[in-house]
Design a protein. Sequence first.
Length: 73
Amino acid sequence: MKSNIEMNGRIARAITGAMTLGAGVACWRLGWPALAGWRWTLVGFLVFGGLFQFYEAVTAWCVTRACGIKTRM
């Protein structure tokens, strides 16, 4: 994979990754998904999304830009 984002994009992905991962962990720790199975799916997507954004920040690679979609950062 070729690097396709600069430092501003890496910082933005790290911040949004921390927020997304934090939301997933907070929902899990508060016991929010205890009643419904679909809630576990939502928590899983939040945690996976946050970790993936951290991966993008570390590797300086953005899947959206790799698909040809132009972003401002």
